[in-house]
Design a protein around this ligand. Structure first.
Ligand SMILES: *Cc1c(COP(=O)(O)O)cnc(C)c1O
Length: 370
């Protein structure tokens, strides 16, 4: 059997090749490559999809988070609470805005931030919480919003891995003040390059972010803020418009793949399987098991030798990253996150992964674990 990739992007493209090609060619012949009608239409589609007032597209998920924090004027002296088990971008944007990230431990069941610990980490300096919907599983947003309301904090959702995910029936990105999405190719809604978006129900914030991402100007060549050049390319917007029409189907496929994985893997000793406690709203950007027996890294290598590629998200929690040495965290400070970083292994997961491939993954895993 051919090598099984963590995500097979070329296979997805094959299925929608004609539609994508037509959409791209239309943009190419329109001559409108920056902003323009396709970008606006995508923003409308994405706002409707997420059931929010506005979408502001931008160049990446990282920029979406950066702009979100900047728009709330979070900066030096402020603290922002987030999970220690996430991609660097979540912390990076806090630091880039001059604020201090405060990392909390995760919840054993979902890999997401432990909400009791979020509340315990609040100080006089806390300005915002960034819940990260890791692997496509929504954080308990009812609890996060309740805490935010009680303490007067902003909530910025990191939805990069969770486009389409729901918490108890409501889409992520529609709970907090701002929702930040990534259209990096491997995300549930991914372009053929970089892209991102901020969603919000707050018209003033939407307007302000739109200004910030256009060099801080409303009127051309008149600049009111130090902003960014952060735009979603028209070509990417055209591709994303096509793909958005497939997203629910693809997320449904991911759900049934997760179910078959569960069935195929549940009796294999020494591994723990991921759960969905969000009310069937998990969109499975990753199917991440925990390896509880033997070495996770060795298992990854052995799988690779059998033509199965897996991934580790993330091998080093943010509080132990070299770049955050100055924050003073030590090994042992955020124990569950640290242990989990040594156990997690994400198996191949994409909407058109075949049952045959899943069976191969399960069979090889079984041989290696018994
Ligand atoms: C991918 C990702 C980002 C950043 O998105 P980019 O589009 O790559 O900049 C931020 N947070 C999380 C959790 C991510 O997975």
């Amino acid at each position: 059997m051919k090598k099984i990739l963590p995500v097979d992007l070329a296979r997805q493209y094959k299925q929608i090749e004609q539609e994508v090609n037509e959409a791209v060619l239309e943009v190419l012949s329109s001559g409108k490559y920056i902003n323009g009608p396709v970008v606006s239409k995508f923003e409308e589609d994405f706002a409707n999809y997420n059931d929010v007032l506005s979408t502001i597209s931008c160049a990446s998920g990282t920029d979406a988070l950066y702009l979100a924090l900047q728009s709330l004027k979070i900066g030096p002296g402020d603290e922002v609470i987030t999970s220690s088990l996430t991609f660097i971008a979540t912390g990076e944007v806090i630091t880039r805005n001059g604020a201090t990230p405060v990392f909390v431990d995760i919840d054993a069941e979902t890999f997401n931030c432990n909400i009791d610990l979020v509340e315990a980490a609040i100080t006089e300096r806390t300005k915002a919480i960034i819940p990260v919907h890791l692997y496509g599983h929504a954080v308990d947003m009812h609890r996060v919003m309740d805490i935010a309301k009680r303490y007067g904090l902003y909530v910025i959702e990191d939805c990069a891995q969770a486009t389409g995910a729901k918490w108890q029936g409501q889409r992520v990105g529609s709970f907090g003040d701002l929702g930040c999405f990534s259209f990096f190719p491997t995300k549930n809604l991914g372009g053929c390059g970089d892209g991102g978006a901020v969603t919000t129900n707050n018209a003033d914030l939407a307007k302000f972010i739109r200004m910030l991402k256009e060099h801080g100007s409303v009127q051309r060549y008149c600049h009111e803020e130090i902003g960014l050049n952060s735009r979603l390319d028209a070509v990417q917007a055209a591709i994303l418009r096509v793909k958005l029409t497939y997203l629910d189907q693809w997320n449904e496929n991911r759900r049934s793949i997760a179910q078959s994985y569960h069935r195929l893997l549940e009796h294999i000793p020494g591994i723990a399987l991921p759960q969905d406690i969000s009310g069937n709203g998990h969109v499975w950007n990753q199917y991440t098991i925990r390896v509880l027996k033997g070495s996770r890294d060795q298992l990854k290598e052995d799988l690779e030798k059998k033509n199965i590629s897996s991934m580790i998200y993330y091998p080093i929690p943010l509080h132990l990253q070299p770049v955050y040495r100055n924050l003073g965290y030590r090994l042992g400070d955020i124990p569950l996150s640290e242990a989990t970083a040594n156990e997690v292994l994400s198996l191949p997961m994409f909407p058109d992964l075949s049952l045959e491939e899943q069976e191969k993954v399960a069979q090889v895993l079984k041989e290696l674990m018994i």
